[in-house]
Design a binder for this molecule. Structure first.
Ligand code: HEC
Ligand code: HEC
Ligand code: HEC
Ligand code: HEC
Length: 465
């Protein structure tokens, strides 16, 4: 199983330092031929994709050093080209692992020519959607994969007094809206009807798709600054909205898959319910924990996208959260049984509606110190339950505790910072060999983290509702 090595920089909490120090060596990539945008869109070309070369000029987004005084640092292209794995997403399709995936799956074309892979690994738009400037798809997941087709706004967006809203009208995708942003990431990091990573692909060698908006944005790394006057607790909101949208979209996917012909689809289950190493019975924490009503040994639905979200939902909308818990319990109870795909699908559909209702509260909720502390305490306080749900849930908890405690320390003084970072670091280390994951050990470490977390007497507004 792939080590989640990408999480390590987060633990060290040194991402911003890393950003700046490695910038000096950045050179624009050779195949990028910067063009100066015209301020008027070419007639008939609006709505088309121009390709990342159009953003690469050093006085547009291709600067090497971040610009200080303006809000847009103008080094976005350089960050993407040098540090962001998205810029290499196409290249990886020719590596030995990809070639073997292609062979195992019996693809008719090489992975870097096959739509099965290009849908997520490149700006793979139809030829009639490509402007004349569009050079090739070998730039991987590039600017317009997230920001939308640029030809309409490329020229005018550099004008003085031009607004974000004006660009949106001309086809820019609203990545500033956190729910829309998460949606966009998840088209590739969770999949859609047209873009799939299933257990067959995973067994052929594809990494499993996991996600958490705040952590993944930091790892990318971010090539943007907060908008002026943004809430200093914005990253807590990012975590909360990211969790909500990923649960909702995962339930939509479960609905699709459970009502389709390939159910049961193993990648909807907790991976390490099947892929764990065996021990003597005396040493088995799974047997010690028991099977909670399901048939011993039956695989279990993966509740990871819910493990952390539950705490957010209970903080912002306790009554809908209760209904959601009941719906998800039913999914869990059904998931180990044969021949009930339709029932799973129906439950998933109604649970997705509840998640969507909570999403509106999560959007409107004010994010502050009190809520941050409350979430930290409540997640750490749920150590035994979350850990017992399996490795993927533990991973979400580790990422959430990491994100939330970093948000806290950016705003408040933390006396035991080093000790706390080391304790969270240990959580990630326990996830390095997931087949050997041990729930009681992980729970004990989460409880230790809990003793080191900040506390507050202040109640958040939702407490008094
Ligand atoms: C639903 C979108 C999607 C599809 C379809 C898809 N991938 Fe991926 N792929 C991803 C994402 C997202 C990642 C990064 C996952 C992570 O690290 O969390 C990834 C990662 C990979 C990696 C690991 C890259 C690395 O840096 O180690 C390889 C190899 C890969 N994909 C090959 C393929 C091949 C070959 C195909 C087609 C058979 C394919 N992918 C289809 C989304 C997709
Ligand atoms: C994987 C998705 C993704 C890719 C690829 C990507 N961006 Fe972004 N970008 C974002 C997100 C998310 C934000 C933050 C939200 C926002 O400000 O729109 C952002 C913000 C920005 C901003 C700041 C906007 C503002 O108003 O603060 C600029 C400028 C930008 N990106 C340019 C680029 C350029 C140029 C490229 C290609 C070299 C690129 N981006 C590639 C996701 C992406
Ligand atoms: C068009 C598809 C697509 C979109 C949209 C997308 N990604 Fe990705 N992402 C990928 C692929 C493919 C990879 C694997 C690249 C590789 O490893 O070479 C990847 C890799 C990553 C990685 C590196 C993971 C690792 O294992 O190191 C992070 C972090 C990431 N994406 C975050 C995001 C975030 C945050 C967003 C939304 C703002 C986003 N992505 C949007 C396709 C996408
Ligand atoms: C219901 C049980 C079950 C679940 C759940 C399950 N798998 Fe599998 N997996 C299997 C079986 C059976 C094989 C085939 C093993 C073989 O052929 O040797 C397999 C094969 C694999 C392989 C290839 C074998 C290897 O040694 O590399 C990988 C990788 C894999 N699974 C990863 C995952 C991931 C990641 C998840 C969760 C997203 C998952 N599996 C969920 C049963 C399961």
């Amino acid at each position: 199983m792939r080590a989640k090595s990408f999480l390590l920089p987060l633990i060290l909490g040194c991402l911003s330092a890393l950003n700046l120090s490695s910038m000096a060596q950045v050179k624009p990539r050779e195949n990028a031929q910067p063009q100066q945008p015209q301020t008027k869109p070419t007639p008939g070309e609006a709505g088309k994709y121009s390709g990342p070369g159009s953003c690469a000029s050093s006085n547009c987004h291709g600067g090497v050093q971040p610009k200080g005084l303006v809000r847009i640092a103008q080094n976005e292209y350089s960050i993407w080209a040098a540090q962001d794995k998205h810029s290499r997403a196409y290249t990886v399709l020719s590596n030995p692992v990809s070639l073997r995936i292609g062979k195992i799956l019996g693809l008719e074309q090489a992975p870097n020519k096959s739509d099965k892979c290009l849908v997520c690994h490149a700006l793979n738009v139809r030829s009639d959607q490509r402007a004349q400037t569009f050079q090739s798809i070998d730039d991987g997941v590039s600017c317009e994969s997230c920001h939308g087709p640029a030809v309409g706004w490329l020229g005018p967006h550099t004008l003085k007094n031009w607004t974000h809203e004006q660009s949106l009208k001309l086809g820019m995708y609203d990545t500033r809206d956190l729910a829309k942003r998460t949606d966009r990431c998840l088209t590739c990091h969770l999949g859609t009807q047209e873009k799939e990573v299933d257990h067959t692909m995973i067994a052929a060698g594809h990494p499993d798709l996991t996600f958490e908006l705040e952590s993944f944005s930091s790892v990318m790394p971010r090539h943007w600054r907060p908008t002026p006057g943004a809430n200093p607790w914005l990253s807590v909101q990012e975590l909360a909205i990211g969790q909500t949208v990923q649960l909702r979209e995962a339930l939509h996917r479960l609905d699709r898959r459970a009502s389709g012909p390939n159910w049961p689809e193993y990648s909807e289950y907790e991976c390490f319910a099947c892929h764990h190493s065996l021990t003597k019975p005396e040493a088995s924490w799974r047997q010690a924990q028991g099977y909670d009503g399901r048939l011993p040994g039956a695989p279990v639905w993966n509740p990871a996208r819910y493990a952390v979200f539950r705490h957010i939902a209970e903080a912002v909308d306790p009554s809908t959260a209760k209904q959601l818990v009941a719906a998800l319990d039913k999914i869990e109870a059904l998931s180990g049984k044969p021949g009930v795909g339709d029932q799973v699908a129906a439950q998933a559909k109604s649970a997705a509606e509840l998640a969507d209702r909570i999403a509106q509260r999560v959007q409107a909720q004010p994010y502050d110190q009190a809520l941050t502390v409350r979430l930290l305490q409540s997640i750490a306080g749920d150590a035994v339950m979350i850990s017992g749900q399996g490795e993927r849930s533990a991973e979400q908890a580790a990422m959430a505790l990491d994100s939330l405690s970093l948000a806290y320390s950016r705003n408040e003084k933390v006396a035991n910072q080093q000790e706390l970072r080391a304790a969270i670091d240990n959580l990630f280390q326990q996830l390095q060999s997931p087949s050997a994951y041990n729930a009681p050990r992980f729970a004990a470490q989460m409880q230790k983290v809990g003793t080191l977390l900040p506390r507050t007497q202040a109640l958040s507004l939702t407490d008094v509702e």
